[in-house]
Design a protein around this ligand. Structure first.
Ligand SMILES: [Zn+2]
Length: 300
C-alpha cells in the first residue's frame, strides 16, 4: 500500500480508497461502516489529511498540524459526543460549506452519522445531493441499518468488519515485536477483533494497565461465587462510570472467548445475553447498582 494508514487489517477497503486517490476518482461522499473501534475514524481523518496536504499527510506542514488538532478551516470535524446532530448543526455545516475554500478541498468528517435527527438528515441530504465543487463528506456509522436509505444511496459505502483473533494477534506481534506474548494475548482478548481498540491499548500503557487490573477482577469474580464480595465490588464500581464500561466489556469478552473455545457454551451464551441486556440498561441510565447486582447474581 502507498500510504501508512496506521491501522490493522481492512486491506481490501484501503486499497479501494487508495485507487480512488491515485486515479483522482474521489467520491464526493464516503460512508465507513462497521462496529466501533475498528479504525473507521482513523481512516477518515487520514483520508482527509492525504487529500488536503500537498505532501500526502506529512504530519509536518501547517495544514497537517491544523487537521490533527481539528482546527483546519476547510476540514470540518463533527466528533461523536454522544449527542444527536440537530438541524441547527446542519445549518452551521451548510454555512461552512458555502464559505470560500482555501485548501484543495472542503471536507466534512462526520462521526456516527446515525446520530442525525430526521429533520437534520433531510436538510443534510440536500447538501449531499448538490455539494459545491470539491466538497467531500467522509461519514462513519456503527449501525448502517440506522442510516436513512436516501443517504446510503448517495455515498460510497465501505464496510469495516471485525478481524479474526488469530489475525489480530499475528499483526500485533509483527508491529510490537518487543512486546511479551502474555500482553499480546490479553490485548487480543480485550479488543476481540476490534483493531482500533487493540492499537489504542498498545499505545497507551496506563489504559492497558487499567484493563489488566480490571481483567484480574473479572477472573476473580468468575472463580469466587461469594455474593457479598461481588456486591461490595459493585458498590465500588458504580462510583466510576468509565470503569463500569470496561468491567462489563471485559467480562463479556472473557465469556465470549470461552464460548469460542467451546467451554460450557450454553451456560455462557445465556450470561453473555444477560450482559448485553445489562449494557443496554446501563446506557439508558437505569439504576446502575441494581443492574450490576442482577448481573452478578446471574454469573455462574
Ligand atoms: Zn502535510
Amino acid at each position: 500500500m502507498k500510504y501508512n494508514w496506521s491501522i490493522i487489517g481492512h486491506e481490501k477497503q484501503l486499497k479501494l480508497i487508495e485507487s480512488d486517490i491515485l486515479s483522482e476518482n474521489i467520491s464526493h461522499a464516503y460512508l465507513l461502516a462497521g462496529p466501533n473501534s475498528v479504525g473507521k475514524n482513523t481512516v477518515a481523518k487520514k483520508l482527509a489529511g492525504i487529500l488536503q496536504c500537498s505532501n500526502d499527510f506529512c504530519h509536518a506542514c501547517p495544514t497537517c498540524l491544523q487537521i490533527e488538532k481539528g482546527v483546519h478551516l476547510d476540514t470540518i470535524e463533527m466528533i461523536d459526543d454522544k449527542e444527536s446532530i440537530k438541524i441547527d448543526d446542519v445549518r452551521k455545516m451548510i454555512e461552512r460549506c458555502n464559505m470560500t475554500r482555501q485548501s484543495n478541498y472542503k471536507i466534512f468528517l462526520i462521526q456516527t452519522i446515525e446520530r442525525m435527527t430526521t429533520d437534520a438528515a433531510n436538510s443534510f441530504l440536500k447538501m449531499l445531493e448538490e455539494p459545491p465543487e470539491r466538497t467531500i463528506f467522509i461519514l462513519t456509522t456503527n449501525n448502517v441499518r440506522a442510516v436513512l436509505p436516501t443517504i446510503i444511496s448517495r455515498v460510497r459505502v465501505m464496510n469495516f468488519a471485525l478481524v479474526s483473533a488469530g489475525y489480530l494477534e499475528r499483526k500485533l506481534r509483527e508491529m510490537y515485536s518487543e512486546c511479551d506474548e502474555d500482553t499480546i494475548k490479553k490485548v487480543g482478548l480485550f479488543s476481540l477483533g476490534k483493531t482500533g481498540k487493540a492499537v489504542n491499548l498498545m499505545e497507551n500503557p496506563d489504559e492497558l494497565a487499567n484493563y489488566i487490573k480490571i481483567y484480574s477482577d473479572v477472573i476473580f469474580f468468575l472463580e469466587h461465587k461469594n455474593i457479598t464480595e461481588r456486591f461490595s465490588y459493585v458498590s465500588d464500581l458504580v462510583e466510576d462510570e468509565t470503569k463500569i464500561d470496561t468491567f462489563v466489556t471485559i467480562l463479556s469478552n472473557v465469556l465470549r472467548s470461552k464460548i469460542l473455545d467451546g467451554e460450557n457454551a450454553y451456560e455462557h451464551i445465556d450470561t453473555v445475553l444477560k450482559i448485553d441486556e445489562a449494557m443496554t440498561l446501563i446506557k439508558k441510565n437505569v439504576n446502575l447498582k441494581l443492574v450490576l447486582e442482577n448481573l452478578m447474581l446471574s454469573l455462574k
